[in-house]
Write a protein that binds this ligand. Sequence first.
Ligand code: C2E
Ligand code: MG
Ligand code: MG
Length: 715
Amino acid sequence: MSLIVIVDDRVTNRNIFSRLAASIDANVSVRAFGDPVEALAWLADNPPDLIITDYKMPNMDGAEFIRSYRGLPGAADIPVIVITVYEERSFRLRALEAGATDFLHSPVDHHEFVTRARNLLKLHYHQKLLASRASTLERELESSERSRARAMRDSSERLANVIDTLPIMIRATSRDGRIMFVNSFLDAVMGSGAATAVDAPVAALLGEERATRCLALDRIVFETAAALQPFEEEIVDVAGAKRIFLTTKSPLRDSSNEITGVLTSSLDITNRKAAEDHLRRLAHHDALTGLPNRTLLVERLTRQIARARRGDHLCALHIVDIDGFKRVNDLLGHAAGDRYLNLVAKKLGGILRSDDTLARLSGDEFAVLQTSVGGAEDAAELARRLLDTVCETSDFEGSPIQATASIGVAVHPTDGVDPEELIKNADLAMYRVKAENGNSFCFYAADMQARARQQAVLDTELRRAIEKQEFVLFYQPQINIADGRIIGAEALLRWRRPGIGIVSPGTFLARAEENGLIVPINEWVLQDACREARSWRNPGQPALRVSVNLSPVQFRKRTIPLLVAKALADSGLEPAALDLELTEGIVMEDLESVAGDLRKLLDLGVHVSIDDFGTGYSSLSYIKRLPLSRLKIDQSFIRGLNSDPNDAAIVRAIITLGHSLDLAVLAEGVETAEQLARLGEEGCDEAQGYYIGKPMPAVEFRKMLNMDLGMAKSA
Ligand code: C2E
Ligand code: MG
Ligand code: MG
């Protein structure tokens, strides 16, 4: 019998979750609490197998609850799932710190709830089984003093047998990274054979790359003397198939309670993951047309908005409502109405780019999320094409129908800063069109023509700026926190715009990305930054590094490795002194081809950092798969470092994560001495920000370097 405890202050949630939990298995019993304090009192006497708790509760939040619970005897290994709202990333990190095992997003997807809960129950069951079998053997061992020697031999053989029959990969590794033990299931999955001999280095079993990661995690177990929370990993088995495992790591102690090794156990969850993915697909798509539904649209909008923060992406939301669809249904019947909607969906989908999303919101209401929008006229052009496309369906299965649409458009960020606001405002605009007899489109904010004119002027001026070489690079120093020495600088683009002065990239980057001018601009940036950094070389001193920001457009063209090789050759800069900054967005656009380009860059010897880290995707699995050197913590988290516990928790989590993957961690946007001191305490490696130095012209940075060098000499 497994016991699941549910803690949620809302009675409806409690009922739904209880029902879902009970549906996992006939052997599951459920106990639900509205008050975390009451739950804690009960849990002190009743050990559960799984806890599912809400995050936001009036008396005590989820993180506090988990922390108090983890303090109870025997509670350390019980899995706890926390339910949070999508945006609450910082709360999730806080819950993770308090000891949460997994998360579910609210509103909760029922299938996901059941599969996750089931996975954790199964893992916990196997862990309990292992522990109880081991302790039975231990009791047997103690029972007879006389037969002790024989029992010892027998039971360790039986224990080994037990461990061998479990369908879990189990291995133990020593402090110096050598294999102490592997079970036969692991042998069978990995086909490892002789490589698993006792005392062989872990790399012989896992390969260099995975072994490095594994040992970094083992080190954390040795240092903290505590088990790591279960994490998912992808492993290629002996037959070459990719499998997903849920892995735990815990300290292994000898009879004197000394930690002698780390026990790693991995449960195969491949099938469940596949089922989960399938169910997730069902939950995110419309049954009639197979298009993304509202939930998925909101998810994609949220991501798109996160990317837009840097000013290199705009996006537009179009709400497309078919005029007079009711008449199609009335005239031709519902079955024909459904076929008509499918036709419209297919036609609309046909004119979109692969990055755009077409969703069906309800009956005859569709939505288009248009990405990489240069300005309002791009959105207007698409709206016009959407209207034309709907018109093409006016001869439907031989019956003439009134095929027109009303379209409302909202552009991020002018017309809304979050998904709900954008949807609401696009809807409002759509109703305005409807009120005027439909068959047209309208923007939420209607100063379109003025916007279009401004954009045309900007395009011409940007072109001229390239010809007249009006771009310059400013340099912002980066220091090593431990000794305060300057280790390099980030090259930041500026435009000496005639009649206006020095202009920051926020005002023109989006446009340059859209009209493609960013490509020649950034080629120049790369060349100029390498040339400048070459001049910083100082005999007897370690080379200073220059960081260059890369654009998504450039990456899509796949010419980065060539450009970088050329810039290095032309300038004579040593490759290790060049650091390229990518964003999570660039990486996620096309993980496979980006990974290929990154490996080429690694072969050249340059470094790659992830910029604005923490603002993008919650999935961190991709960082493990890329050859990176550094994470740059986004400045938004540094701002609240000394005042907001959530920010502090995120910063700490990023530093731990980075170090566990052998990456350096740099904090951006450091503005005060307090922030810098705190970062030092947290073990952050490097820093950059106004407190250390604002972005400055090249000559000034060179002066700063000479002063730094002078101080080092006199010290
Ligand atoms: P980023 O790469 O994250 O650069 C850091 C930005 O934060 C810079 O803004 C910098 O001036 C600012 N900053 C640095 N320290 C502080 C601080 O302590 N407090 C505050 N409030 N801000 C600080 P900037 O120069 O306006 O650049 C904005 C973004 O434009 C950059 O963000 C980068 O994504 C992009 N960018 C800059 N140069 C280039 C370039 O050559 N090519 C491309 N593709 N993008 C560039
Ligand atoms: Mg940057
Ligand atoms: Mg940044």
